[in-house]
Design a protein around this ligand. Structure first.
Ligand code: GTP
Length: 393
């Protein structure tokens, strides 16, 4: 998938939220698409515990759970037609059917095409697919592949859920890699849409506050759940629509504001990310949030050009500034003529998608302000200033 020019995704409409297990959206040919959740998290965080819970709970969804090992994540496409049983090394498509209607499969190598084949052949049909990544996987290339595959494939990426071990995550985030590279734990937090701060029973209230501050410093767009044994309302794991719904970004900001308000009133020591030193744990991974006014058409085109230069060529910053490594981009953009766009990006792949019906989007943004968020290493004021200059706002 290393094309010379990063692919752009086709525009798809944002379906209305639906209740219950009937969750599939449709592609442009009116074929149903099955939502897929990627489950990530460092070794021992509680991913299997969460899957075990999902596979036993009565929730009404027919979920295919793939306990997966993509191995070298940069090679995902090459493996996309391989299905091999880790014990026999035989090619197989067998499932374990569970009493709550879920299917469980555990394969060593399984790519997108194999998952699609499994879903198509699943006895009785499937409402949802959940794929567990290995604890040391960098989710970025995998997220990118599933997302890029949506246009032609049968699956639609609903979101990325990350489980962390609250007792050990600060240490895991601070682990150094050769050449000061971003470590896997940092990438997992940066790429996620929902995070379970798990093992609540093993940390004090103050430790949990500090963990949450660090996590929010890396990625303030996350929806955070505090859990023990990965127990949480499962409805909060489904229908995230993280790659199509503008509330994913606006509600994240609201959540952050709520956190500040809470701080103002509870009289306890401040743990908000802007007031606590968490840099040593994040190894330079940060978020920059750039508020946007209403843009005219020309400014919108300039923003698009800015994103291409920044994400494809890392060219936009003054030459003396080190190139940022952007893991995730999100945004909500409003134009003077009333059009609204959602920006989603994973590494160099990005999409600016126009929201189909303005009247349907009422309430998507409480403050009615546009914004762009970049999460990664080396992001900061330089990007903000460069965007403001380039777009002319
Ligand atoms: N005390 C405590 N232990 C937990 C909690 N959640 C999970 N565990 C235990 O932590 C260990 C690791 O949990 P797993 O669910 O296997 O973690 P994982 O993320 O799947 O681990 P890998 O497969 O190695 O990546 C198991 O022994 C779990 O029982 C929790 O909230 N509290």
């Amino acid at each position: 998938m290393e094309d010379e020019e990063p692919p752009r995704l086709l525009e798809v409409s944002s379906p209305e939220p639906e209740a219950g297990p009937s969750t599939s959206s449709k592609d442009q040919y009116d074929r149903p698409k099955i939502p897929l959740t990627l489950l990530t998290g460092y070794l021992g965080a509680g991913k299997s515990t969460l899957l075990d819970y999902i596979l036993k709970e009565e929730h009404g969804y027919k979920i295919a759970v793939c306990m997966n090992d993509f191995g070298d994540t940069t090679d995902i496409e090459a493996k996309s037609l391989t299905l091999s049983d880790p014990n026999s090394q035989q090619t197989t498509t067998e499932f374990l059917s569970l009493p709550n209607g879920c299917l469980c499969c555990s394969f060593k190598d399984m790519g997108i095409a194999a998952i699609e084949e499994m879903v198509a052949n699943a006895p009785g049909g499937i409402d949802w697919v959940m794929v567990e990544l290995t604890g040391v996987a960098d989710p970025g290339p995998i997220v990118r592949s599933f997302w890029a595959n949506e246009e032609m494939g049968d699956l639609i990426l609903d979101g990325v859920v990350c489980v962390v071990d609250s007792r050990n995550v600060q240490k895991q985030l601070a682990e150094q890699r050769d050449g000061d590279e971003i470590n896997e734990c940092q990438k997992q937090v940066a790429c996620a849409d929902v995070i379970l701060l798990n093992k609540l029973d093993l940390v004090t209230k103050d430790q949990m506050k500090e963990v949450e501050s660090t996590i929010r410093t890396i990625n303030p767009t996350l929806k955070v759940h505090h859990t023990t044994h990965s127990r949480m309302p499962l409805s909060d794991l489904f229908n995230l629509r993280a790659f199509s719904d503008p509330t994913a970004i606006t509600s994240a900001q609201q959540q952050d504001d709520d956190h500040v308000n809470e701080h103002k009133h509870d009289g306890e020591e401040c743990s908000h990310p802007s007031h606590i030193k968490t840099e040593s744990h994040t190894n330079g991974i940060k978020t920059v949030l750039i508020p946007l006014p209403l843009l005219n058409q020309e400014q919108y085109l300039r923003l698009n050009e800015f994103l291409e230069s920044l994400l494809w060529e890392s060219k936009i910053l003054p030459s003396k500034s080190p190139s940022p490594e952007i893991l995730r981009s999100k945004g909500y953009i409003l134009l003077e003529d009333g059009r609204e766009y959602v920006l989603q990006g994973v590494a160099d792949l990005f999409e600016l998608k126009e929201l189909p019906d303005i009247s349907n989007q009422a309430g998507t943004s409480d403050d009615n302000n546009g914004k762009v968020v970049f999460i990664g290493k080396g992001v900061g004021e330089e990007i903000k200033n460069a965007l403001i200059d380039f777009v002319g706002i």
